[in-house]
Design a protein around this ligand. Structure first.
Ligand code: BES
Ligand code: MN
Ligand code: ZN
Length: 495
């Protein structure tokens, strides 16, 4: 899909579909009033009929008989003066869904012009592009019959005024870059485990480095990881025919080359059977999305490279497949991590933390200003937050506050759980420095406690995206979260 900012007045542009907001009680939004005048009151006659509720997300597709636009899509935006960010997202989502059902090839959206109670027009413009792209995404890479393409090929966003034009142009670009990253993340998450292996993730990262000259990718194989002492990470891939990979992507955008980077670390379990602590069969297919943390790192780097962000960022992916087998790690096995700490593996299904801990030690070499890991780490995060909210835990409250605030801002929500010392003793082991599980209670917290043993050298936050990276049910698939949150975080850092 192509996205642009409309350079002319809405009433001067011929389009396949013009998208206009209507408020409750049949009131037309300001852009709709202008169109109504051009159409000699045709729109007010429709709203006057009482057929348009104006309820957020209600839509009505019209085929006016005069020039201007082939179609007009009226979208309910609720009570005038009450539109907030969440309702706006709902209205935009409903509009694009209705539009994709039509055969309109291009469209002009005027919804970003509507006043929001809690956001500015740049935000509204960016979100509109993101939302359109997310709805237009279709997965068909592994279908023999490709889905028919949507007719819609380009979306233009109307400018509110000459003054907002520059900010809105940048906002369209930002939305398109985020959308690119989100789509890349979803595609990787949706690919099956037999295609999307650790090697596939590594190849994808290498290609990203070839596409953007600001990114350089390096891939460590198992022999190289063994030399580094990554006994914990390697214990996860021990039962698999697929070789584990540590993927390092360096994005250099800062004007000062030595500017300290933000480091993103992604869990890249390309399939999680549980290992010897085998998972039950029900919905096990979904464990192909256990690499969505890794995918979100690739997606975020895609977005910031596309944006040309002036910041140094390192993306590190710990990629492995968790399988049972005669060479697999067994419950009770003890391994030595790169940090030197020994780990008693009481449950081989708690493998995410085992690959992450060595990656988290590895990234010390970048002297990071901040490290954020992103992982589908615990079922407990799904139980606690469902699919709306990522769990956030951090050793630095200022960092946590920043991410929480940006989660609200982007609607890519996160919520904090405590990382208090009182929980640490749950990881005590009789036979090693630390156990890899903390018992059945407080699972998201004890998982983060485990990681915290390896992140003492820097400011660190952990995002457990087990709930948010994926939607289950008939529409199951990867969501691309938390790419919007991560891009916003990076975008708001000073070089
Ligand atoms: N990948 C899973 C977590 C997960 C569960 C992600 C459901 C998405 C949906 C992780 O490796 C895992 O198996 N965690 C265990 C940890 C337990 C053994 C301490 C869990 O959450 O049950
Ligand atoms: Mn597991
Ligand atoms: Zn897992």
């Amino acid at each position: 899909m192509k996205y642009s900012l409309l350079s002319t007045a809405v009433t001067a542009k011929a389009t396949d579909c013009l998208v206009l907001g209507v408020w409750t009680k049949g009131r037309l939004s300001a852009p709709a009033v202008a169109v109504d005048t051009t159409l000699d009151g045709a729109l007010s006659r429709v709203t006057g009929s009482g057929d348009v509720s104006g309820k957020v997300g209600d839509t009505l597709l019209l085929h006016p008989h005069s020039g201007l636009a082939k179609r007009i899509l009226l979208v309910g935006c609720g009570d005038e003066g009450a539109l907030d960010a969440r309702s706006y997202r709902k209205a935009v989502g409903a509009a694009i869904k209705a539009l994709l059902k039509s055969s309109a090839k291009d469209a002009v959206f005027t919804l970003a012009e509507l006043p929001l109670k809690d956001r500015d027009i740049a935000w509204a413009t960016t979100l509109l592009v993101q939302e359109c792209d997310a709805n237009a995404y279709q997965y068909d890479q592994t279908k023999s019959k490709k889905k028919p393409e949507y007719a819609l090929k380009s979306v233009a966003v109307s400018a509110a005024s000459a003054e907002t034009r520059k900010a809105q142009t940048e906002a369209v670009k930002l939305g398109a870059s985020i959308a690119l990253g989100v789509a890349a993340t979803r595609e990787l998450g949706n690919l099956p485990g037999n295609i999307c292996t650790p090697t596939y993730l590594a190849d994808t990262a290498v290609k990203l480095g070839e596409k953007y000259k600001t990114i350089s990718t390096k891939v460590l194989n198992e022999a190289q990881m063994k030399k580094l002492g990554m006994g914990s990470l390697l214990s996860v891939s021990a039962g698999s025919a697929q070789e584990a990979k540590l993927i390092v992507m360096e994005y250099k955008g800062a004007t000062k080359a030595d500017s300290k980077p933000v480091v993103l670390v992604g869990k890249g379990i390309t399939f999680d059977t549980g290992g010897i602590s085998l998972k039950p069969g029900l919905a096990m297919d979904e464990m192909k999305y256990d690499m969505c943390g890794a995918a979100s790192v690739i997606g975020t780097l895609t977005a910031i490279a596309d944006l040309g962000l002036k910041l140094n960022v390192v993306g590190v992916i710990a990629a492995a497949e968790n399988m049972p087998g005669s060479k697999a790690t067994k419950p009770g096995d003890i391994v030595t991590s790169m940090s030197g700490q020994t780990i008693e593996i009481l449950n081989t299904d708690a493998e995410g933390r085992l690959v992450l801990c060595d990656a988290l030690t590895y990234v010390e070499r970048f002297k990071p200003r901040t490290v954020i890991d992103i992982a589908t780490l615990t079922g407990a995060a799904v139980a606690t937050f469902g699919d709306q909210t990522s769990a956030l835990l951090s050793n630095n409250q200022a960092l946590a506050d920043e991410l929480l605030q940006l989660g609200q801002h982007t609607l890519d929500f996160a919520w904090q759980l405590p990382l208090w010392d009182e929980y640490q003793s749950l990881l005590d082991s009789n036979f090693a420095d630390i156990a890899n599980i903390g018992g059945p209670r407080g699972g998201t917290i004890t998982a983060a406690c485990f990681l915290s043993r390896f992140t003492k050298q820097y400011r660190w936050a952990h995002l457990d995206i087990a709930g948010t990276a994926w939607v289950s049910g008939a529409q199951k698939g990867a969501t691309g979260r938390p790419v919007p949150l991560l891009v916003e975080y990076l975008r708001t850092q000073k070089a």
